[in-house]
Write a protein that binds this ligand. Structure first.
Ligand code: NAP
Length: 306
């Protein structure tokens, strides 16, 4: 693989940025990579584990001479970080973000960037419930989608280069407009997280009543909810605060469907329940055929013998 950007700066050194670093090193995608994180602790950890060729003590220092700058902080911090680095960006450089919401990030970032610096919003559709500099791994983006959300007046070659970059990290790229992105992500990611948070909260209330039974008997379904509900609270607070409209819209539809199912259960309408579940099963098959998941029992988890 040949070098796509000579100098890359990672702003924020959590799950996504650290995975990008290890993937860049694996594939020889970048020449030199600098990194910056807000806290001394994270910067110390990064130095200890060899995350980044140089760990800088300020964002301004990290972006000097960088050809690609990656904003990998929570969505609510994107605007502040951009204002901090704006005056230090090299003319002709490209800034990308990896935020889970796009309309707000574009509104917060684009106005602060100087002329001659290109902004290409992106969103890798890959993650885990872990966060921080030690949680990343090189294969996180392999065969996963990375959504590219070009903004007006950005030169096509800057966008194409960002696509080539994500593909070099193992991802498949698709282009989308910001509103569509935020709606799609509300459906496939944001609402499922909200449901998981709620389900675990409800079960926790119940646990007090049934004395540990919920945990003791939690099989795969509930266990998966607890895994998702362990995701970073700051990241997810910001996602819901900044993707408000799409989340509220989708939550409304979800509630309507839930009431319809509740009614079918109450009235004993087995036909409706069966038809609904047959339809959802077909959707799952579609996901498998698209190669987006495994059909192995328990999602391919290896059983631990005791
Ligand atoms: P993370 O592991 O929690 O890391 C966040 C990083 O941002 C840390 O280095 C943190 O520094 C830094 N940071 C936090 N608040 C900041 C602030 N106010 N100013 C400057 N730096 C700040 O997060 P992540 O999972 O990598 O997520 C990063 C971005 O990727 C988010 O926008 C998220 O929406 C997006 N994303 C996440 C996933 C996922 O599944 N996790 C998937 C796709 C996209 P300290 O460690 O020093 O606090």
């Amino acid at each position: 693989m040949s070098v796509i950007y000579n100098r890359v700066a990672l702003i924020g050194l959590g799950l996504i940025a650290s995975s990008m670093y290890w993937a860049m090193k694996r594939d020889g995608v970048a020449g030199h990579v600098t990194g910056y994180a807000r806290s001394d602790d994270t910067r110390e950890t990064a130095r200890r584990i060899g995350l980044c060729d140089t760990v800088c003590d300020s964002a301004e220092e990290a972006v000097i001479d960088a050809d690609l700058i990656v904003l990998a902080v929570p969505v609510g911090a994107m605007g502040a970080v951009t204002r901090q680095i704006a005056d230090h960006l090299k003319p002709g450089a490209t800034v990308i973000d990896v935020g889970s919401v796009k309309r707000t990030v574009i509104d917060e970032v684009a106005p602060h960037l100087p002329e001659g610096v290109h902004f290409v919003p992106t969103h890798p559709m890959a993650g885990t419930e872990h966060s921080g500099p030690e949680s990343g791994f090189a294969t996180l983006f392999d065969n996963r989608r990375s959504l590219i959300v070009p903004v007006e007046n950005c030169p096509e070659e800057a966008v194409t280069r960002v696509e080539t970059y994500w593909q070099a990290l193992g991802a498949m790229t698709d282009r989308m407009d910001p509103e569509h992105h935020d709606l799609v992500c509300a459906v496939v990611s944001h609402i499922p997280h909200l449901i998981a948070y709620t389900m675990v909260g409800v079960a926790d209330d119940l646990r007090r009543v049934t004395d540990q039974e919920v945990i003791k008997y939690s099989a795969a379904g509930f266990r998966d909810f607890t895994r998702i509900a362990a995701s970073d609270p700051t990241m997810w607070r910001d996602v819901f605060l900044t993707n408000k409209d799409a989340t509220i819209e989708m939550l409304g539809r979800f509630t309507e469907e839930l009431f319809a199912l509740q009614r079918a259960i109450r009235t004993g309408d087995g036909e409706q329940l069966h038809a609904y579940f047959t339809h959802t099963r077909a959707i799952r098959r579609g996901i498998l055929e698209a190669g987006q998941d495994t059909d192995k029992p328990d999602f391919g988890r290896v059983k631990v013998e005791r």
